[in-house]
Design a protein around this ligand. Structure first.
Ligand SMILES: Nc1ncnc2c1ncn2[C@@H]1O[C@H](COP(=O)(O)OP(=O)(O)O)[C@@H](O)[C@H]1O
Ligand SMILES: NC(=O)OP(=O)(O)O
Length: 325
């Protein structure tokens, strides 16, 4: 069994999104334990992770210090987050694997993802990054030409272009590492966005790819059996925030496409997770959207062919009646 685990914000920062070093280390330590539990079952694991808070914070640091040291572009900031988070994740994973007496090691790979220069998101940025601010403060930055969006209860957040991932340049290297027995950390932040020039060379582009969409593509390319999107809720919910809310259990791709088209999943949060789950399942794999604590049970349920709805929202290639978990 091969699993691609996509770690969400709660696995990378404090529950309120605080991205201090201690908060990140603590969250990543917990995530590493859950992943090591899965590795202990004999599953091959590739891990990918978000970088929204971290890359947004780096962008701010860049801008604030531009009068002292040279600015670097957003794709460099993304690469830096892959480095720092890869370093922290591999350290925590190695320790968690060793605590379980497993003779396995982690390796992190700087990963590039090709995007389309004509992607419409370059003109209408949609990816929230960095910290939340009250509207009045956000409007000051809007006046300076930045793009900010109202993200609901927690306030406003800066948005940057988020083109679709088209090709993961380093997928063959990920495949080689996982085949060799490594727990591989790859395509962090969806991968560093690059354009493929006419002569075949790659040029970085200022954007942040959605990590769940990157995970779906990488999962297909490394022939994962299951894509697990680990977040802070147990299921995708139909009627989210309404009295009719119900948790989705096992659901077929066509039915899930119809539910998504009806607008049940918010853009910038559950929306891309459901889209990623669908893309992976449409290529023949099984996708699960669940909470971090359930990843081992979710993979076990998929491996055994169980229809247990309690493991999360399971999107399967074949048609199925939408179940209530
Ligand atoms: N229909 C929905 N079902 C479940 N959660 C939803 C839904 N719509 C929006 N959400 C929100 O999506 C959040 C998960 O997305 P996000 O915060 O982007 O995750 P992560 O940081 O783990 O990648 C949940 O905490 C929930 O607040
Ligand atoms: N790149 C990305 O999707 O990061 P988050 O999951 O942290 O938003």
């Amino acid at each position: 069994m091969r699993a691609l685990i996509a770690l969400g914000g709660n696995a990378m920062t404090a529950p309120d999104g605080t991205a201090t070093v201690d908060a990140q280390r603590a969250a990543i330590g917990t995530a590493a334990d859950r992943i090591a539990d899965l590795v202990a079952t004999g599953t091959d694991v590739v891990v990918t992770h978000g970088n929204g808070p971290q890359v947004g914070n780096l962008l701010v640091k860049n801008e604030l210090t531009a009068h002292v040291v040279p600015m670097v572009p957003l794709d460099w900031c993304g690469a830096q987050t892959q480095g720092t988070l890869g370093y922290t994740l591999t350290a925590s994973l190695d320790a968690a694997l060793a605590r379980r007496g497993l003779d396995r090691r982690a390796a992190a790979l700087v990963t590039r993802t090709v995007v389309d220069p004509d992607d419409p998101d370059f003109l209408a940025p949609s990816k929230p990054v960095g910290r939340f601010l009250p509207e009045a403060e956000a409007q000051r930055f809007v006046a300076e030409g930045q793009n900010w969006q109202d993200r609901g209860e927690r306030g406003w957040r800066r948005v940057v272009p988020s083109p679709q991932p088209r090709e993961i340049v380093d997928a063959p290297a990920v495949q080689t590492l996982v085949d060799a027995g490594y727990v591989v950390v790859a395509a962090g932040g969806g991968g560093i966005p690059v354009l493929r020039e006419a002569d075949g060379t790659l040029t970085g582009v200022e954007a942040v790819i959605d990590k769940d969409l990157g995970a779906a593509l990488l999962g297909t390319l490394v022939r994962a059996d299951v894509l697990v999107i680990a977040t802070d809720v147990d299921n995708a919910i139909v009627g989210w925030g309404t009295p009719e809310a119900r948790a989705l259990g096992r659901v077929g791709v066509q039915e899930m496409r119809d539910i998504a088209a009806a607008g049940h999943f918010a853009a910038g949060s559950m929306g891309p997770k459901v889209e990623a789950a669908l893309r992976f399942a449409e290529k023949g794999g099984t996708s699960v959207i669940t909470s971090l604590d359930r990843i081992r049970d979710a993979v076990a349920a998929v491996a055994s062919g169980s229809t247990d709805d309690a493991v999360g929202t399971v999107v399967v290639p074949e048609p199925s009646t939408a179940g209530v978990a």
